[in-house]
Design a protein around this ligand. Structure first.
Ligand code: HMG
Ligand code: MG
Length: 307
């Protein structure tokens, strides 16, 4: 019998998406100052990669209409990388003015979700990316890529893994340093994850891939464990389990960062994150959005039988 805990890493990188994926989906208006306070709390907890906002159309995502102010105010220190979603040249221009050092481009592996989310075909989206990624790289930015709906599409159902892989390869060819594979609506299960990753890892190096799991059906940590065992070393997560895409019906929270850190801590895998401080950041997030957040550790508290 193979032991799934045989080849675990000493360290894993967490890419926090709460201020972006989380707040983009909230009905409560969260003021800029409060967003900045949340980003500060996440930074204090030890997170080194935080997606802070989106330079998308404020008409499409009004919750992040203050991206310019957020981007301008947050300053990278102590090795922390703050990144922002960017769909087009206009977004890049705004990111450059704000002084953001990393952007993330995004498209979907399914045509219908791509059109609903960014109002273009996949082919046209790639053309748009081709038009501005070189300029981002020339300006010294790092560019990350998302391939959404890799596990399934809210409109089309099953998605061909070959298509997701092809798009990941194209984005890497354009200069993305890493591709985050998105289970946008949280439909994936562990065996599917194994098969999907086998496909990807047959063609791409492990360090070029990350997993971005929404926890809609409670499968996110199980899928992460499969990814971990197969060599994935970067996982996206959102504080408190915030998250969801307004253009993907049924998409709810991301894997909660506290749940991910709790599991990794318990397995002796270093994340650089202080779980107590992270938990406090989750309390702040909950107060900001004014609704109970779904993260399990967020709700149950830290294990503290000793104290
Ligand atoms: P469009 O309407 O087709 O764009 O939207 P357009 O180029 O025709 O421009 C229309 C207007 O928008 C123009 O203004 C542009 O200037 C403006 P007007 O002349 O009418 O006044 N505009 C912009 N303004 C500010 N910043 C910009 C920008 N671009 C155009 N960057 C567009 C196309 C891509 C802009 C739009 O569809 C959009 O913003 N979509 C974003 C949707 C989004 O953010 N979805 C959620 C994020 S994706 C996600 O959550 C999944 C992920 O988490 C991974 C996973 O879970 O799988 C990443
Ligand atoms: Mg997402």
């Amino acid at each position: 019998m193979t032991d799934i805990f045989e080849d675990l890493p000493d360290r894993v990188s967490i890419y926090e998406v709460g201020p972006r994926d989380g707040l983009q989906n909230e009905s409560a208006a969260v003021g800029t100052v409060l967003k900045l306070r949340l980003i500060e709390a996440l930074t204090r907890a030890g997170l080194k990669r935080i997606e802070i906002t989106s330079f998308v159309s404020p008409r499409w995502i009004p919750q992040l209409a203050d991206a310019d102010d957020v981007g301008r105010t947050v300053r990278a220190e102590g090795g922390v990388v703050y990144s922002a979603l960017c769909p087009n040249a206009r977004g890049l221009e705004r990111a450059l003015v704000a002084g953001v050092h990393e952007i993330a481009v995004f498209l979907s592996a399914s045509e219908t979700h791509n059109r609903r989310n960014i109002n273009k075909s996949i082919a046209d989206s790639l053309d748009v990316f081709r038009g501005f990624i070189p300029s981002a790289l020339e300006n010294g930015m790092r560019v990350r890529g998302y391939v959404s709906t890799a596990w399934g599409c809210p409109y089309e159902g099953d998605v061909d893994p070959a298509r997701a892989l092809e798009l990941a390869q194209v984005l890497l060819g354009m200069g993305c340093y890493q591709i985050s594979l998105g289970d946008t609506i949280g439909v994936g299960t562990p065996l599917q994850t194994r098969r999907l990753l086998e496909r990807f890892l047959g063609e791409l190096p492990k360090d070029k891939l990350a997993m971005h799991m929404h926890d809609t059906r409670g499968q996110a940590l199980a899928n992460v464990l499969v990814g971990l065992e197969m060599g994935i070393r970067t996982f996206d997560a959102a504080i408190g389990g915030l998250g969801g895409c307004p253009y993907a019906p049924g998409a709810s929270g991301n894997l909660a960062t506290e749940d991910l850190v709790y599991m990794l801590d318990g397995m002796g895998i270093d994340t650089g994150v202080d779980l107590q401080k992270l938990w406090e950041a989750g309390r702040l997030a909950e107060a900001l959005v004014n609704r109970p957040l779904p993260g399990r550790v967020h709700r149950a508290g830290l294990r503290s039988l000793k104290s």
